[in-house]
Structures are given as structure tokens and as C-alpha cells.
Ligand binder design. Structure first.
Ligand SMILES: [Zn+2]
Length: 102
């Protein structure tokens, strides 16, 4: 029971710390309506569910796009390199695989 409580407190203090940093940044930026800005940021986080680092996602896409043979295409929906036989649709220059169109 004690351990669980300790973990919970630790987690909460981490969250609080990051929130405090955001608030500090907003205050130092002299935002006229800091409270509404904070609410908007919180809502944006909730939409994504978790705070995924955007840089990491971009890197993955680049790595998967580069190795592409002439008989392959990159699905614009799942961003996987597929063989031509799996091409289901091409629209506006973007190809979509059978799994995404299925
Ligand atoms: Zn796909």
C-alpha cells in the first residue's frame, strides 16, 4: 500500500512540474490570457492521447520512403513500401495499398 502511494505521488509531482514549467514560460512571455492558452494546450494533448515526439515520427517516414524499387510504391496512408501488385488506388499522385483501401 505504501509503495503504491509513493509511486502515485511521484508521478503526480512529475506532471505538476511540467505544468509549472509551461505556466512559467507563459508568464515570462507575458501572455495576456495565459489561462485560456493553457486550456488549449491541454486539449491538444488529450486529442493525441500521449505526447509523441514529432521528430521521431518524421524520421521513421523518411527511413521507409528512401528504399523504393521501380516495381514498388509507398502507400500514402500507411507509409509502407509495397509491391506494385498491392497497389489498390492512385489519387492526386498518391498511391494507396490494398490493405488501406480494402
Ligand atoms: Zn497502406
Amino acid at each position: 500500500m505504501h509503495e503504491l502511494a509513493a509511486d502515485y505521488d511521484e508521478l503526480r509531482s512529475d506532471v505538476k512540474e511540467s505544468q509549472d514549467k509551461s505556466l512559467e514560460a507563459l508568464r515570462s512571455a507575458n501572455t495576456p490570457d495565459a489561462r485560456s492558452v493553457v486550456l488549449e494546450l491541454d486539449e491538444a494533448d488529450n486529442v493525441d492521447g500521449v505526447n509523441l515526439p514529432g521528430d521521431f515520427i518524421a524520421e521513421e517516414l523518411v527511413v521507409q520512403v528512401i528504399p523504393q524499387a521501380s516495381d514498388e510504391f509507398t502507400c500514402y496512408s500507411c507509409f509502407l513500401v509495397r509491391h506494385r501488385s498491392q497497389l489498390a488506388r492512385e489519387k492526386n499522385g498518391h498511391a494507396y495499398c490494398v490493405e488501406c483501401e480494402g
